[in-house]
Design a protein around this ligand. Structure first.
Ligand code: SF4
Length: 233
C-alpha cells in the first residue's frame, strides 16, 4: 500500500516538475558544496562556493592557504570559520588517504564502505555523504534534508514520531532505487514552492489526493496550525 502511494507521489511530482536527469559533478566539489550548505540558504551557500572557487586556483591552493583566508572567501555562506576548518580538514584527510585531492576511489568501494569513509571525514553526516554518493556515484542512497523529511511526514510516508536520521532507511525501503534521485529533487522543489514549513499552499498542491496531512486532519501531524481544516475546529 505504501509502495503504491509512493509510486503515485513520484508520478505526480514528475508530472509537475519533470524527471530530473543526473548531472556529472566532481565529488569533491559536491562535498565542499554540501559542507557550505549546512545551516544556510542555497543562495548563500552557492555564492560562497563560487567565491571559494574564484579566490583559489584549486583545492591544493585552498589546502595551502590559512584558515582565515579560506574563511574570508566563504563568508557569504555563514559560519565561515567552522566551515573553513571542516573543508580544510576534509581535504587533508582525502589527500592523506588517496594521495591526491580526489574522491574517485570511492567508485571502487561498495556502497556501505563508501558511506563509512565519508562519515569518517570531519563535518560529514549521513545527509552530506548520501548526497555525494547519490549524485556523484549513482549509489543508492536517498538523502533526507529538511524538505524531504517534512514532506515525507505530511504525506504519511514516514510516521510523525520518526526522527530525521531514521527517516532515510524507511524511505529507501519504500522507494524504488531508480527513483531516489527523482523523489529527492522533486520533494525539495515542492517543499520550496508549495509545501513550505509554514503556510503550505494546499489549494495549489498536486499531492492533495495522497497527503495524510491534508486528508486526515490535524491528528495526522501535531502541527495543526496550518492545516486546511483547522479553521473549522
Ligand atoms: S496537500 Fe498541503 S500538506 Fe500536503 S503536500 Fe500539499 S501542500 Fe503539503
Amino acid at each position: 500500500m505504501d509502495e503504491q502511494k509512493v509510486a503515485k507521489c513520484i508520478a505526480i511530482l514528475e508530472k509537475e516538475y519533470g524527471v530530473p536527469e543526473p548531472k556529472e559533478i566532481d565529488p569533491v566539489d559536491l562535498l565542499v558544496m554540501t559542507i557550505l550548505s549546512q545551516n544556510t540558504s542555497d543562495t548563500n551557500s552557492l555564492r560562497a562556493f563560487a567565491l571559494l572557487k574564484s579566490t583559489f586556483a584549486g583545492y591544493e591552493e585552498i589546502l595551502a592557504a590559512s584558515d582565515e583566508a579560506v574563511a574570508d572567501a566563504i563568508r557569504a555562506g555563514g559560519l565561515a570559520e567552522i566551515k573553513a576548518r571542516r573543508i580544510k580538514e576534509a581535504l587533508v584527510r582525502i589527500k592523506q588517504d588517496a594521495g591526491a585531492i580526489s574522491l574517485s576511489f570511492l567508485a571502487d568501494m561498495g556502497k556501505e564502505e563508501a558511506m563509512q569513509y565519508l562519515l569518517s571525514l570531519p563535518g560529514v553526516g549521513p545527509k552530506t555523504a548520501s548526497v555525494v554518493l547519490l549524485f556523484a556515484f549513482s549509489m543508492p542512497f536517498l538523502p533526507v534534508d529538511t524538505h524531504v523529511y517534512r514532506l515525507s511526514q505530511r504525506l504519511g510516508l514516514v510516521a510523525e514520531d520518526v526522527k530525521a536520521e531514521k527517516a532515510q532507511p524507511i524511505l529507501e525501503r519504500l522507494v524504488p532505487t531508480e527513483k531516489y534521485l527523482s523523489l529527492h529533487l522533486n520533494l525539495i522543489k515542492h517543499g520550496r514552492l508549495i509545501c513550505r514549513a509554514r503556510g503550505p499552499k494546499h489549494e495549489e498542491c498536486a499531492l492533495r489526493s495522497c497527503c495524510d496531512y491534508y486528508l486526515q486532519g490535524p491528528k495526522a501531524l501535531n502541527d495543526s496550525k496550518n492545516h486546511p481544516k483547522s479553521a473549522l475546529l
